[in-house]
Design a protein around this ligand. Structure first.
Ligand SMILES: [Zn+2]
Length: 518
């Protein structure tokens, strides 16, 4: 069975956008173990105290499937392996498995390490032997293997042979700068397999690809076809530069397309992907294959109709990876889109129901104005609530006045009159800052008089774009995202007046929250 090696917590955190606390790391370790990967590289214990702490915390966990791996490098020049600080840190981390990397490309051996080729081979041998002598299972990462191989094939293979003879349990071919293409990978992995057979090398063979050429996943799949035993990657393809090969694509490809038996809970993959996005504070990539929000979204009325009748427009069943089919509302929608969206919120209706046509007409009108509803869950929910549910109003804005001025700083004030649960209200909100902030604060104040829960809301994103291009008369589309402890949602307002559009989006965002929580 092919082994899955996750390096999200080590190579993935090299991404400039990712910074995980010790607690986050432990959280990810638990989720990866539960999902069923074989190896979890938690970090580089010799490089910083935070990683060492994460290892000590991880060593206390009772893992069901995975083993913890500590990363490090071959010993430095003129230092005994037993005296090398980073190798000693691997032992201190209490990880049962080490993964150390060493140079394979002579150009780097000379420039970066200031060693001769022979000295580098000795460092590889000493380091692997040292860790094996301490009873660890050892992965040996051949850094820049593919570049080294192109530059000096014999030396690259010598590095592999030395590591293997020294007892490395698995030798790993790394495409460190992500420059290789699948056809090259196929040739190189084939040659390496032949070489290992001829030399009777016992180590297993692994691969580690980066995505700089956009083919990290493809390279991994090709290497698996060539018979490697282990693949490395990160959740969501996190990593330096263009990232590492994405395990959220590799794993379903292997399981569903190559029909390989893997010891993972595949239907937890989407959840795992989301958890890593949340903890690393990165906005999810909607178009990410398999696990992305749009990966199984259908927009065209004809597609939706066909999917509902059982004709497939999906390459795999989304539930297999824990994702779900989504229906997009747009000017291309038909009645089938409305029926499916209603079903999503627990409303079963027939296509010829009058309300279906009424909602479709409203969607068409909104799209004409530039709302671009797509698969915005809150917008869909409010439409379904209006046409098929209670459509409770909660509050209503009757008049508003917003002023903004610059006087040794920015000041704004919003005055809003309206009703909350049928009772008249007038609120004034002066704020330091811009007019949208003032409008938001005023509405929180107004609605909060009857619904205190509204204070848990946070505004997390605000975006404006031109909705209808008519020069200075253009409509703008304001998109606002909100969150409370449990959920995040986004709503849209459209108007030639940016404040009117903002108020509409805020109003809908609040209403979504109130219908769901009050
Ligand atoms: Zn890497």
């Amino acid at each position: 069975m092919i082994k899955l090696f996750d390096t999200t917590l080590r190579d993935g955190t090299q991404s400039p956008d990712v910074n995980l606390s010790v607690r986050d790391k432990v959280e990810v370790v638990k989720a990866l173990d539960d999902f069923g990967v074989d190896y979890i590289e938690v970090g580089w214990p010799g490089s910083n105290p935070k990683d060492m702490e994460a290892f000590l915390e991880a060593s206390k966990l009772k893992l069901k499937n995975a083993k913890i791996v500590a990363f490090g490098a071959t010993r430095r020049k003129n230092v005994k392996a037993s005296d090398d600080a980073n190798l000693k840190a691997i032992l201190e981390s209490k990880a049962p498995i080490a993964c150390i990397f060493g140079k394979t490309w002579l150009h780097h051996v000379d420039k970066q390490l200031g060693m001769s080729g022979k000295e580098n081979l000795e460092a590889i041998k000493d380091s692997v032997e040292f860790l094996k002598g301490k009873g660890l299972y050892v992965f040996y990462d051949l850094e820049h293997f593919f570049d080294g191989y192109k530059d000096n094939k014999k030396y690259a293979l010598d590095c592999l042979k030395v590591a293997s003879m020294a007892g490395a349990d698995c030798v790993v071919l790394c495409d460190t700068n992500g420059g290789s293409l699948p056809n090259e990978v196929k040739d190189v992995v084939n040659t390496v397999k032949g070489f290992m057979n001829k030399e009777k090398l016992k180590s297993k063979l692994g691969v580690h690809f980066h995505n700089d050429s956009g083919v990290g996943v493809a390279n991994t799949l090709v290497a698996v076809e060539d018979g490697v035993d282990e693949v490395q990657g990160t959740i969501n393809g996190l990593g330096e530069r263009a990232g590492n090969a994405d395990l959220c694509q590799i794993i379903p490809d292997l399981a569903l397309k190559k029909n390989l038996k893997l010891n993972v809970k595949l239907d937890k993959l989407t959840e795992l992907s989301k958890l890593v996005y949340v903890l690393s504070n990165i906005k999810p990539l909607n178009s990410q294959p398999f696990v992305g929000k749009n990966a199984f979204s259908h927009k065209g009325g004809i597609h939706v109709d066909a999917v509902m009748k059982g004709a497939s427009y999906e390459h795999v069943n989304p539930s297999l990876i824990g994702n779900k089919r989504d229906i997009v509302l747009s000017d291309l929608s038909g009645k089938a889109n409305i029926v499916e969206v209603a079903k999503k919120f627990g409303v079963n209706v027939k296509k010829d129901d009058k309300r279906v046509l009424a909602m479709l007409k409203e969607v068409e009108l909104m799209e004409k104005k530039g709302y671009d509803i797509g698969n915005l869950n809150a917008e869909q929910f409010l439409l379904v609530d209006k046409h098929f549910g209670k459509g409770k109003e909660f509050f209503k804005i009757e008049t508003w006045k917003i002023m903004s001025e610059q006087r040794n700083g920015e000041f704004s004030e919003a005055v809003i009159t309206g009703t909350v649960d049928g009772k008249s209200r007038e609120v004034v909100a002066p704020v330091k800052g811009g007019p949208v902030g003032a409008a938001y604060t005023a509405l929180i104040k107004m609605v909060g008089t009857n619904h205190k829960e509204i204070n848990e809301l946070k505004l997390i994103n605000y975006k404006v774009m031109i909705a209808e291009d008519q020069g200075a008369e253009s409509s703008v589309r304001v998109y606002i995202e909100f969150k409370n402890g449990k959920e995040e949602w986004g709503t849209v307002g459209v108007s030639p007046n940016i404040l009117e559009a903002s108020l509409e989006a805020i109003e809908k965002g609040f209403r979504y929250f109130l219908v769901r929580n009050c």
